[in-house]
Design a protein around this ligand. Sequence first.
Ligand SMILES: Cc1cc2nc3c(=O)[nH]c(=O)nc-3n(C[C@H](O)[C@H](O)[C@H](O)COP(=O)(O)O)c2cc1C
Length: 494
Amino acid sequence: MPEPIKLVRIPSLKTVTDFRNHVTSLGIELPSDDSILTGNASPLAQSVAQAELNGKRIGNRFAIQPMEGWDGTTTGGVTDDVLRRWTRFGESGAKLIYGGEAMAVRPDGRANPNQLIINQENKAGLARLRETLVAAHQQKYGSADDLVIGFQLTHSGRFCKPKDKFQMEPRVAYRHPILDRKFKVTSDDQVWTDGEIEVLIQNYIQAAQIAWDVGADFVDIKHCHGYLLHEFLSAYTRPGKFGGSFENRTRILREIISGIRSNRNGIELGVRLSAFDFVPFKPDPALSQPGKLGPGIPEDFAHCLPYRYGFGVNDQNPVEYDLTEAFQFLDLCGELGVKIVNLTAGSPYYNPHIQRPAAYPPSDGYQPPEDPLVGVARQIDVVRQLKPRAPKGIVIVGTAYSYLQEYLPHVAQAVVRQGWTDVVGLGRMTLSYPMILAEAIEKGSLSAKSICRTFSDCTTAPRNGMISGCYPLDKYYAAKPEAQKLKEVKKAVG
Ligand SMILES: Cc1cc2nc3c(=O)[nH]c(=O)nc-3n(C[C@H](O)[C@H](O)[C@H](O)COP(=O)(O)O)c2cc1C
């Protein structure tokens, strides 16, 4: 019987040489510098030359990735918790705020009843949110002239929970042979009609107008993580004008952009793309016990080959990726005037190990089926393959760096210097240590006690109806009543 893998923990690797030896032992390629470079010597301190967004050059090479908090009002408005998170994003020193967090373009598209909604009612709150971030940045760094801010626009599709934290209300692009069972899709009535999609396209166009009105530099038209527009990219089996051919599966994006432009909305455009995917994974039942999740294994896919239910998947062996259509998608982005593409992978709902590599699984996940560094290297390598083929002038943002922990700056510097990515995007790390790269560039060292150890509490909390945040390392969350409840949940799941 296979054994769960024994992880070599990153903090046990005391030097860059130890880290490199471990990388070599895994058979992966992950460049790293010998030391953290400071000031102008750091590749991370250089501005992004190849494009201007809303008349601005992005002032350095690190970005805050979108991070949803499950903590808006029930009408999708901004709260103090949201303001605090965005203040910290502003203080991080990152000159690119890629999306802030997913904002639903309409109430029924929320992934949780406390997700922000980008509509007229919440316009003033969203303006204040952006201004708060800009002010925090300005206060710390003197100028925000090279700070570029986008809002991420979403509909949660298969993962909608708009009214109740525990009640799924999925609306899907097509019937899925594995995910339908897991996420309570039981009827064709839950599949969008073409007519409903036309209305949805208008919702995106209106949301982009609000984003422009309140001062966002760009909108991210989210195509990742299994949410609706990502799911449409794999709607191979869907009949009609939004399914089947590549042209049909990307029609929604083209119509949204054409509508934004015909409204004379000058906002810049970004797309966050899950460039590849795998079949859903589950904890190995043979190695799971009450209080202990087993290691991840793929769901049985033998009955659904060729696998036509994921974007960027090898349809003969869906635990491998195939970038053919990701290349095509990048070309399309160029044709449509998209200026910035943020590459990510998979979905946190059905294969978190490829999406956000972690040492400790979330409560609805599984123990790592591979060393999480393999997942980090996979995403970095895919960006490396896609970037040279991106149309000229598109800025590429890479993802999944948080698991690198102590060695995040060493790897980030090296990949930017070697041109593997334009910008390094940071997700979970910024919840515990928003200033990690600003501090690295300033001091040449990190504060070890603030480093995210990928405990996954930021995912486990919302999966169990609580707000997200870094409970282990951010005192603000550790002091909340949710912290105790979270401990109990984690104990029960193991
Ligand atoms: C709590 C949490 C919330 C997230 N919310 C979003 C989101 O709203 N939109 C999005 O595109 N990605 C979201 N992500 C994914 C991150 O942006 C990022 O892709 C992922 O965490 C991997 O990067 P990392 O290794 O730096 O954490 C979220 C991740 C976490 C942990």
